[in-house]
Design a protein around this ligand. Structure first.
Ligand code: ADP
Ligand code: ZN
Length: 749
């Protein structure tokens, strides 16, 4: 037998090795192996077993690493799809599929030495005072880690070994699992009685799970009947539907993957899933995967899944590769979230990978959102996905009343940019008087977004990036939000010839709102939630805990507060500057604004008192704002899809964005022109191909690199992908210039 092996190398190639007889029955597709490569031994993964190779004189595999194969053949197939669709080398795709902690040889189970007291028979031997004190400790706790005993007894391992010699105790190594949630107590929950809409939703999902429709391969629009878009307003009880659908998968002996955006992967979310399956006949471990796990924790979670002890996986983006087998159900919650897209190679979109994996493994895929992406709703309209709707809140609570406030009239009366309209100020005052809570939202951190000198015209800009620096008042710093560059905030104009002490700050951020609030409502307890204020791992949990128990009156935050949180006592949500996200140079600006406003508004009125939302805007009649005010997704979709059709933007077409970067602008520009000429040869092959650029990227310089972009649009991404792979493989660029390819980009800057 011959094994085809992908090595940990950036080579667009796989290598064939012979399998020595003694390893024949230990090697399978997915096995990790050590192989000779040049003078070195390298780690690799077996991607296929073949009878014959076109090469002669094959070298032999040296050894197998680990007892179990780490990727299932199905996940390998998924990696191959990622490599082809997202135009990246197979070993890069494989790296994403298999986390480093699992791939590397050294990250094993954490083995600990445990000391255990042995039952005593017969006469007790003579012991020193120290030895007796050790036994006293063990009588209280008959089993404990050696390290802990050494500390408790203030003694050495040698002393304890001597007690082992006397047969009084044993020392043995044992695997201790790292469980990041070990300290939490979880109370089991029972399924809720579903309302009529939820029941209908669940029935559709279960019916499909019981008789999955195999995907037809012929035809242009394969009907992905196993994929559903679950469009449910915030608070409509989507999570309860997920939980009961997962229960059904478990009953069938299958597992489930639940993807949530990293930001909503809070202990509360995880707890809802753990609690439901912590007891009863469907009891299983729930593995949690996210980017803050240590390498060791990640390794342990992964193996729990691979060994079948954890049938449910909940995690951010990369959890889509979890080796759940067999897989019955994939849930992608908040499917419209942009954080599902990985912003480095392989630049995959976890939602789209989920749909493909569902097809490959015949699993049902449920994409849930209160504000579906245009892409997913378009797929519903074309009959690719089924649509399930939950139009009402689960507990019969009304949707909050949304008022849009025209800030132009406030601006006329005040100097500078107004922050609070009289209406919002009054509403906050009233809610505070009633001891109710308030959430305020502004999706921009810092105190001021730019610093200028009105005398000489100096503007504080980042030396590495083409953006202005943001003023952070508490830290007294000017910071770049792209590269992290920081300087001490000046007290006079930095221009040596000017030195004007009256520097001006403009553009507001959350820090400024906080400062203004403290002045307006000195008696209220106010906290800020953004990535500056939430520096430590625990900050987020603590602040939410304090808010829940009523220790905080007002929270002001960035999009960190827009997701999933619900607090029954929040009766007022204020959106300070709703048009902020409308001014981005991105065709999705309207969509993003609609989603953000709807999500933030959904935080109000989750309890017994009806909620109210104030949306302050300078363009109050913009469709994104008006449709969000009426909670009208269908209306928004109709209007927006019309624009996309006219302009030939996604989801009508698909985009591949090529970015060239380097420190020498001329070389970058020249290379971009060269790439364009190569691409133009492909214009004949793909008849609807649109080619734009090269042009400086919206972010023309970042981290000292100049950036040029070429945008390609077509309805036939499969063909374009093949063309791009072919062209980029043969491309010769100057050493200092690099090219990245982003298929279906969500970030166009
Ligand atoms: P979503 O995920 O759609 O935002 P949730 O699943 O968080 O909504 O549900 C919102 C609230 O309604 C939760 O407090 C949940 O416990 C409650 N809920 C959901 N389904 C039901 C039900 N069938 N009966 C009673 N309460 C429910
Ligand atoms: Zn910078």
């Amino acid at each position: 037998m011959i094994a085809r092996v992908t090595l940990e190398l950036a080579l667009r190639k796989e290598f064939d090795y012979s399998i020595p007889p003694e390893l024949e029955d230990k090697i399978d597709v997915g096995s990790r192996v050590k192989v000779p490569f040049g003078p070195r031994q390298m780690l690799g993964i077996v991607t296929a077993l073949i009878e014959q190779s076109t090469h002669t004189n094959l070298k032999a595999i040296s050894k197998v690493v680990g007892k179990q194969t780490l990727v299932t053949p199905k996940v390998l197939q998924l990696a191959r799809w990622i490599s082809e669709y997202y135009c990246c080398p197979p070993e890069i795709a494989l790296k994403s599929v298999l986390p480093e902690a699992v791939r590397k040889e050294k990250e094993g189970w954490k083995e600990q030495l445990f000391v255990r007291l042995l039952p005593q028979t017969g006469e007790s031997p003579k012991l020193t005072a120290r030895q007796q004190s050790i036994l006293k400790i063990l009588e209280q706790r008959p089993e404990l880690p050696l390290q802990e005993l050494l500390e408790l007894a203030q003694t050495t391992a040698d002393t304890i070994r001597r007690l082992e010699d006397k047969n009084l105790l044993t020392i043995a190594s044992e695997i201790s699992e790292r469980d990041p949630y070990a300290k939490e107590k979880i109370l089991p929950t029972q399924p809720l009685a579903l309302n009529a809409d939820q029941k209908k939703a669940l029935d559709i999902i279960l019916l499909t799970m019981d008789s999955p429709v195999a995907t037809p391969t012929e035809g242009k629009n394969p009907n992905l009947k196993n994929t559903f878009l679950l469009h449910g307003v915030t608070g409509s009880g989507k999570t309860e539907v997920y939980l009961q659908a997962i229960a059904h998968a478990l009953e069938q002996g299958k597992g489930a993957i639940v993807l949530v955006p990293e930001i909503s992967l809070t202990p509360q979310t995880v707890e809802r899933f753990k609690a439901r399956f912590s007891s009863g006949n469907l009891k299983t471990l729930v593995a949690v995967l996210h980017s803050h796990l240590s390498a060791g924790e990640r390794h342990d979670e992964w193996h729990k899944i691979r060994q079948g002890r954890a049938r449910i996986v909940i995690g951010a983006r990369s959890a889509i590769f979890a080796p759940v087998d067999p897989l019955g159900l994939i849930i992608v919650d908040e499917e419209h979230e942009h954080s599902y897209k990985q912003e480095e190679a392989p630049r995959y979109h976890a939602r789209d990978v989920a749909v493909v994996r569902g097809q490959m493994e015949n699993a049902v895929v449920v994409l849930g959102s209160a504000t579906p992406s245009l892409e997913s709703f378009y797929n519903v309209q074309r009959g690719k996905y089924g649509l399930i709707e939950l139009p009402l809140r689960a507990d019969d609570k009304k949707m909050p009343l949304v008022r849009v406030i025209d800030m132009r009239s406030t601006a006329k009366k005040e100097k500078g940019t107004p922050i609070f309209s009289p209406q919002l100020k009054e509403a906050i005052t009233q809610r505070l008087e009633k001891k109710e809570q308030v959430i305020l939202f502004l999706n921009r951190r810092g105190f001021a977004t730019s610093m200028q000198c009105p005398l000489c015209g100096y503007v504080a800009e980042c030396p590495n990036c083409s953006v202005s620096l943001t003023y952070h008042r508490a830290a007294q710093k000017l910071c770049c939000h792209i590269c992290g560059h920081e300087v001490k905030a000046p007290t006079v104009c930095p221009d040596v010839k000017c030195r004007n002490p009256a520097i001006r700050y403009s553009g507001l951020g959350t820090e400024k709102i906080e400062a203004t609030l403290i002045k307006l409502f000195p008696q209220a307890v106010i906290r800020r939630m953004d990535s500056d204020a939430m520096k430590r791992k625990d900050d987020y949990r603590v602040i939410l805990g304090d808010f829940r128990t009523g220790k905080i009156d007002i929270i002001i935050g960035t999009q960190m507060i827009a997701k999933g949180l619900h607090f029954p006592n929040v009766t007022l949500v204020g959106i300070i500057y709703a048009d902020l996200s409308l001014h981005m140079p991105d065709f999705r600006a309207s969509e993003r604004t609609f989603q953000l406003l709807t999500q933030v508004a959904g935080r109000a009125g989750r309890g017994d008192v009806e909620g109210e939302v104030f949306v302050q805007a300078f363009t109050p009649f913009h469709p994104s704002i008006q449709f969000a005010r009426r909670h009208d997704f269908a209306g928004f979709y109709e209007e927006e899809i019309g624009f996309r059709e006219q302009l030939n933007y996604p989801p009508i077409t698909r985009i591949a964005l090529l970015t060239l970067k380097g420190r020498n602008e001329e070389k970058v520009k020249f290379s971009a022109e060269h790439v364009k000429r190569e691409l133009e040869k492909g214009l004949a092959e793909i008849k609807d191909l649109m080619l734009l650029g090269p042009a400086p990227a919206p972010l023309a310089r970042a981290e000292t690199f100049f950036r040029y972009q070429i945008m390609l649009r077509t309805r036939n991404m499969t063909k374009l992908g093949q063309l791009l792979s072919r062209i980029t493989a043969a491309l010769v660029l100057p050493d200092e210039v690099s090219l990245s390819t982003d298929v279906d980009p969500v970030n166009l800057s």
